[in-house]
Design a protein. Structure first.
Length: 416
């Protein structure tokens, strides 16, 4: 697909570099059109190297090719990230004083703008009116995420994460041509990492960011499912742009267990993508633990195995249960060896195995997974941006649901 990535002059321009890489890794041809101010944050050489395309900012560059008209007319999708308050104002006013605004005027494809600015600018009546004008014209304007801004400021105005922007943009053009094959399917997805308190300020946790779980929730919603996301300590910007997804925030493993089981009472599919603590402190101190000069002894007790419990005591009979196994491999076996053993032990319908550590898995923009059935046999593999991995997992789930339906239908035709 021919995509134009517009970049306006804001500090969040660095995230557009990651967005560019995501789109390129999915096989799209991307032409970057930055504003003059954007090049103050990320240089021309970076955009050209990662896109493999020339980068221009002015309508008087590439005049012989009439670039200010041709780029927009040839585009199949236009994404602007970040879209600053100034860019929104110029786009709403129909300006064509640089190559990006000229491209926006000539584009006849879907256009998505991802705003990023300080909270006061986003909430200013002028910006509110400009966004309303653009949306009335059919331009898709994302709401910004809420979180840390430049300096110590926090609030709405943060650019959504690149995965969320890519997913929202590609959904405007049918994504990768997948149909809404999960329409009518009710789904619960858990994401993130649980935290088990030691005292009022400390906890035992893990490195899971919740990005893969949030991507699974987004992908399911794009495909028509009714989705509840149980988010364990997941940052707001990770779930931003998740679409029509109900988010239930939790902190501890026990809170996650109750939230998942509550949502699963009406669910057809439960996906346990969260990294749930295997142990918790036996006791929780009522006040902050102080240094005493002696090495403290911490006694741990096992937590409830939420995935195993969903299999042995399902809140709703007949539902499909999908587990995740984050493995590192050790002297006893590799990642897939441990994954196969876990698949047989847990008994989930599907188990998604991925290697973590060393920059892989947790917190990364990409993932590499192997999907196993309950016997430990490989049914699918996937690698790439987490949104693409999410769709590959749902492809495997859809195939499992279809096989189960076919089996039930066949059983119904057997003589009694």
């Amino acid at each position: 697909m021919r995509i134009v990535l517009g970049v306006a002059g804001g500090i969040a321009a660095y995230k557009a570099v990651l967005l560019l890489r995501l789109l390129r890794e999915q096989g799209h041809e991307v032409r970057v059109v930055p504003t003059r101010a954007a090049l103050e944050f990320v240089g021309r050489a970076t955009w050209e190297a990662l896109s493999g395309q020339p980068v221009t900012t002015e309508v008087f560059e590439d005049v012989d090719r009439v670039a200010h008209v041709a780029i927009g007319k040839q585009a199949e999708l236009v994404v602007v990230a970040p879209a600053t308050a100034d860019l929104l104002a110029r786009a709403a006013g129909g300006h064509a004083d640089d190559l990006l605004t000229a491209t926006l005027l000539t584009a006849r494809c879907p256009v998505l703008l991802a705003p990023a600015m300080h909270t006061e600018m986003w909430e200013h009546p002028a910006t509110v009116a400009n966004v309303a004008t653009l949306r009335a014209r059919g331009v898709h304007v994302l709401d910004p995420a809420s979180g840390r801004l430049t300096g110590a400021d926090t609030g709405p105005g943060r650019l959504p994460e690149p995965e969320a922007i890519a997913a929202a943009a590609l959904a405007l053009v049918g994504g990768d041509d997948r149909t809404r094959d999960l329409t009518g399917v009710r789904v619960v997805v858990s994401a993130g990492g649980t935290r088990e308190p030691l005292d009022p300020v400390r906890f035992l946790g893990n490195r899971s960011s919740g990005r893969q779980g949030a991507a699974l929730a987004r992908a399911a919603a794009e495909r028509g499912a009714q989705v509840t996301l149980v988010a364990a300590n997941v940052a707001p910007d990770v779930v931003a742009g998740a679409g029509d997804v109900a988010v239930v925030p939790v902190e501890t493993g026990e809170e996650l267990r109750h939230a998942v089981r509550s949502g699963a009472k009406d669910a057809d599919v439960v996906v346990m993508a969260a990294a749930v603590a295997d142990y918790r402190p036996e006791t929780v101190a009522g006040s902050k633990l102080k240094k005493t000069g002696d090495a403290p002894v911490l006694r741990l007790v096992e937590t409830v195995d939420v995935l195993r419990e969903l299999v042995t005591d399902p809140p709703r009979p007949g539902q499909t249960v999908v587990g995740f196994a984050a493995e590192t491999g050790d002297a006893a076996g590799g990642v897939l060896d441990h994954g196969r053993a876990k698949a047989r032990r847990k008994g989930a319908d599907l188990l998604v195995v991925n290697a973590v550590g060393g920059g892989r898995g947790f917190g990364a923009a990409t993932n590499e997974v192997t999907v196993l059935d309950r016997d430990g046999e490989v049914v699918a593999t996937a690698a790439g941006p987490k949104q693409e991995v999410a769709h590959a997992v749902w492809d495997a789930v859809r195939a499992h649901l279809d096989a189960r339906a076919d089996g039930a239908a066949g059983a119904g035709t057997l003589p009694s």
